[in-house]
Ligand binder design. Sequence first.
Ligand code: BGC
Length: 338
Amino acid sequence: MLRTEICQYVLSRGAVRVGILDIGATVSFVEMPDRNGRVKNIVAGFRHAEEYWQNDHYFGCIVGRYANRIGKGRLMLDGHTVQLSVNNDGNHLHGGFEGLHRKRWRLQSRIESDDESGVVLEYTSPDGEEGYPGNLRIQVGYMLDAAGRFHMQYTAVSDAATPVNLTNHSYFNLSGFERPVIDDHLLRIFASRYTEKNGSNLPSGQLLPVSGTAMDFTALRRIGDRFGQLPQDGGYDHNYVLDGSLAGTMGVAAELYDPGSGRQLRILTDQPGIQVYTANWWDGSVVGAQGVPYLKHGAVALETQAFPDSPNQSSFPDTILRPGEVYRSTTVVEMNTK
Ligand code: BGC
């Protein structure tokens, strides 16, 4: 495969523009104005498209087949053991070594009308890829609507039972990286519980209340206030249990606001959880699309998804897709200024 032939599709509505790459079905830029109309790219990305073939930090891409961790990469499925690749500290993370983020996705359709600007990309993951059973045909639709909402819609079908958990791994810095860290951003998460985790970043199975802890974002709060209380991760790297998480209907998951620029995001999803990850492993070695080094806490990823390690936690919502079923997941990002 010729690595030079990288396609970028640009969705555009008013002052908002979104770039989509065929590698990893990646959101490569999101440009939006601040309260004074100054347009900036508010997501982490690379300067050169070829860098997306590697993308160790998962900038903007789709992660899967199973986003987040599966303990020891192992699960029981209909009485037999499935062994996935183990690529992160003895566990399976974000689909393994060559996950969906490193695949070339095929353009399925391009939509341009008065109401919307979008693309649908498709990838079929073959039986056995990274240890997953079944041929999994995945479609991701990205669409900007007239009101400046960015829709992400995932569907998947399989010819064998297999775990599926898809999400987009965009990192946001609403100042457009004019300020190098997001400590001053205000975050609200519509979750009164989170999944407790052990030292290997795997859930214990317990859902703990956020109330009275550094995890509490039930009211809008400065993200950086309590980083010091999270020594295990040096910031946030936690899955929140969205209130109404079992409803399976669209609800507000999170709000992110940058008082400096006035840019604001509101994230809606039909997924039960959201992983909040404050780029704790960034170290300034990557100079990103905005021409500045990406520092620790340089951005925040808000990953709407099923709970981590669900196949090994019988009390968590089921993530096994079976032949004849259709996996569906939708997340909407509303962009505003105030
Ligand atoms: C995970 C982190 C991981 C990071 C990799 C996040 O989604 O929650 O644990 O280090 O992805 O970029």
